[in-house]
Design a protein around this ligand. Structure first.
Ligand code: Z5A
Length: 219
């Protein structure tokens, strides 16, 4: 199934950058305008994906999953999401907004876990079936501030396995994202996630209106 007339937007960034907050604000505003919007998150978004999400977040493994197994779990979740949800919605002309997608894999499993980017790219291409976002907003944030926000949000203890990673890990994630954005300036929009929630929302909304013109209005 091809992407046809829909619009595919992703939000990326490391821990606490504000992706979920911005997705919620954007979707409320677009729906109030009468736009048909589908929101999804990764890992997750399907029955299989939510089960994989639960596995990935588990903190009580006797032996933690190796980086390669973790990578394949993310990709299994993505392959299902693309075929079950994203492509059918795009085919119907919907605006699809996804909280994380394959750039997360390149930044976390590639840049931070040091798995080879070329191999990740190869299996990711198999998983996504040419379904590449039209626009990717990168919420760029100092990892220390991101972790501070997450700990405020969830309480003192990190509540999943990845949140327990070190600050150095999240610095690699940030650098990985910035280098991806540098390589694809036409797809990425880098936003300063240190700004207020309202200011960032305004930038995302204005960019979408400008870039998509009439396509942002109701269909
Ligand atoms: N992962 C991976 O490794 N490989 C992959 O391929 C994929 C994912 C797809 C998913 O975790 C984990 O999987 C993630 C990457 C990895 N792990 N890490 N680490 P998740 O879905 O559970 O969590 P997340 O995506 O990292 O979301 P998050 O931690 O909840 O961050 P967020 O969505 O960007 O932030 P938020 O929930 O919108 O905001 C966090 C708090 O900050 C909250 O209290 C907000 O009110 C506050 N906030 C938000 N924006 C602001 C601003 N601008 N100023 C001040 N405070 C703010």
């Amino acid at each position: 199934m091809a992407m046809k007339n829909g619009i595919f937007v992703t939000l990326e960034g490391s821990e606490g950058a504000g992706k979920s907050t911005q997705v919620a604000l954007l979707v409320d505003r677009l729906r109030a305008m009468g736009r048909a919007v589908l929101t999804l998150r990764e890992p997750g978004g399907t029955e299989l994906g939510e089960e994989i999400r639960r596995l990935i977040r588990r903190v009580d493994f006797t032996i933690a999953p190796c980086a390669e197994a973790e990578l394949l779990l993310f990709l299994a979740s993505r392959a299902q999401l693309v075929r079950e949800k994203i492509l059918p919605a795009l085919h119907e002309g919907m605006l699809v907004i996804c909280d994380r997608y394959f750039d997360s894999t390149l930044a976390y499993q590639g840049a931070a876990r040091s798995l080879p980017l070329e191999q990740i790219g190869f299996i990711n291409a198999f998983a996504i079936s040419k379904c590449v976002p039209h626009i990717t907003f990168l919420l760029d944030l100092d990892p220390a501030e991101g972790l501070r926000r997450v700990h405020l949000h969830h309480g003192k203890e990190a509540d999943d396995r990845m949140e327990r990673e070190t600050i150095t890990f999240f610095e690699k994630v940030r650098a990985g994202y910035l280098s991806l954005a540098e390589r694809e300036p036409d797809r990425f929009v880098i936003l300063d996630a240190h700004k207020s929630i309202k200011a960032i929302h305004g930038e995302i909304f204005n960019f979408l209106c400008h870039r998509l013109g009439g396509a942002i209005e109701s269909r």
